[in-house]
Design a binder for this molecule. Structure first.
Ligand code: AMP
Ligand code: ZN
Length: 137
């Protein structure tokens, strides 16, 4: 994916419409076109990266700050009971638009959304083994 054929880059460039709700030097936030709940929006870095694993950490920091602010607005202005923040990186995780984005999903008591995973019981040894691989060297 390059900037030239990226939908979200075209939104940043003003070449495609979006309902923009927040902007700063590094980030843009706009309403999701197919919202999961009322107020569902996306925060993106203005600079292209395919997904969050490939982004400039400063861009991720800026997106996190923007997402926190939007989560606060969801509660104070929309009356949300909670907020879920999520980012899918790569198709296996469910990513469909390949420009880094963070979903800000206001949650309402009884909104019927499911958690995105099913908890599993696994051996302590398996948790320990993955922890070893995930730890700082
Ligand atoms: P993901 O599956 O995490 O890559 O999410 C992509 C999100 O982008 C989906 O929730 C879509 O509804 C949303 N989306 C796709 N095209 C647009 C668009 N033109 N404007 C706003 N949101 C969009
Ligand atoms: Zn892009």
């Amino acid at each position: 994916m390059t900037e030239a054929d990226c939908l979200f880059c075209s939104i940043v460039a003003g070449e495609n419409p979006a309902t923009v709700i927040r902007e700063d030097d590094r980030t843009l936030a706009f309403m999701d076109i197919n919202p999961a709940t009322r107020g569902h929006c996306l925060v993106i870095p203005k600079r292209h990266s395919d997904d969050l694993t490939l982004s400039d950490p400063e861009d991720i920091a800026a997106c996190s700050i923007a997402a926190q602010e939007l989560a606060q607005r969801a509660i104070s202005k929309l009356g949300a009971d909670g907020v879920a923040l999520i980012s899918f990186a790569k198709p296996a995780a469910g990513q469909t638009v390949f420009h880094t984005h963070l979903h800000v999903i206001p949650r309402y008591e009884g909104d019927g959304l499911k958690q995105p995973w099913i908890p599993n019981n696994v051996d302590a040894a398996e948790i320990e083994s993955s922890a070893k691989e995930m730890s700082n060297d």
